[in-house]
Design a protein around this ligand. Structure first.
Ligand SMILES: C[S@@+](CC[C@H](N)C(=O)[O-])C[C@H]1O[C@@H](n2cnc3c(N)ncnc32)[C@H](O)[C@@H]1O
Length: 275
């Protein structure tokens, strides 16, 4: 597995143009009906209740935190933490007056005491980390006994489709995973929660599907023509042929792309006090 950090692991270190593209991509994803479907499954798994204090880590531009604030109203609150100061600035800009506070922080070293939240979640963050299990342990640490830890992540190896030449698809997908820390993250979430000692662990695969490249491009970067060549998502020598094939599939109305995002949840056990 490559240890090369992904752009999402270092948003603030990206050139301004790429940073703006990344943050814009998060807003586009939030608007995708398929991502909204994943988030409904995740919200049911986290099961927010009025009065609770919740944490969303790697909160991006903050829409989920704001949705959760509505679920814990009138006297609950949500904390949204992201490693990127630029993401936190956009999230703060989008603030709607609900009970959300935004902060910069690292999922592997959270600045909160043990058991400070009734529930915590993280969405499409673990795939970008060098040590995702350290992050899961940290999420469990800050959750009160009996509280829920909800993980959402993509299985990039599940991407499949129709309408495009097999050899081209193979070449593109051979190139893409090399840039990711953990392409299989989604399907490993359940095991990670079990190994971290959570109880009542459940998981659910949510298949996303797209019948046009425009909607697919909000979620699957290889279909996004706006991502510049320099980002290196698509090998330069394949780029023109790739997008010509994607356009041709769309023109024939044969374009199909699917991928699976997993939602997993577990309950934090009572802590045993050291003797
Ligand atoms: C793919 S985005 C997902 C954002 C948001 N959860 C969503 O679903 O739209 C990954 C986010 O994780 C943040 N991130 C990356 N590494 C992090 C870390 N070590 N601690 C906290 N956040 C991190 C990035 O800044 C980015 O906002």
């Amino acid at each position: 597995m490559s240890a090369e950090p992904t752009p999402f692991a270092q948003v603030d270190d990206m050139p301004p143009q790429i940073r703006a593209l990344i943050l814009g991509a998060l807003e586009r994803m939030a608007a995708s009906p398929e991502i909204q479907r994943v988030r409904r499954v995740a919200q049911a798994a986290l099961d927010p209740r009025p009065g609770q204090r919740l944490l969303d880590v790697g909160s991006g531009v903050g829409e989920v935190a704001r949705q959760l604030a509505a679920a814990v109203a009138p006297d609950g609150e949500v904390v949204a933490v992201d490693a990127s100061a630029a993401a936190v600035a956009v999230a703060t800009d989008r603030h709607d007056g609900s009970a959300v506070t935004y902060a910069v922080g690292d999922i592997t070293a959270l600045d909160f005491p043990d058991a400070s939240f009734d529930g915590v979640r993280t969405e499409r963050v673990l795939q970008h980390l060098a040590d995702p299990d350290a992050a899961v342990a940290e999420l469990a640490r800050v959750t009160r006994p009996g509280g829920r830890v909800c993980l959402v992540d993509t299985d990039w190896t599940s991407v499949a489709g129709d309408g495009l030449p097999d050899d081209l698809v193979d070449a593109i997908w051979r190139a893409v995973p090399a840039r990711q820390h953990h392409p299989t993250m989604g399907r490993t979430l359940r095991g990670r929660l079990v190994r971290a000692g959570l109880a009542e662990v459940r998981c659910e695969p949510v298949p996303l599907w797209f019948t046009d490249p425009e909607s697919a491009s909000a979620v699957i970067p290889v279909f996004n023509k706006e991502i510049p060549r320099e980002a290196g998502i698509i090998p330069d020598e394949l780029r023109d042929r790739w997008f010509a094939a994607v356009d041709a599939a769309a023109a024939r109305d044969e374009f199909l792309a699917v991928l699976t995002i997993w939602v997993a949840v577990g309950v934090t056990p009572a802590r045993t006090r050291p003797a």
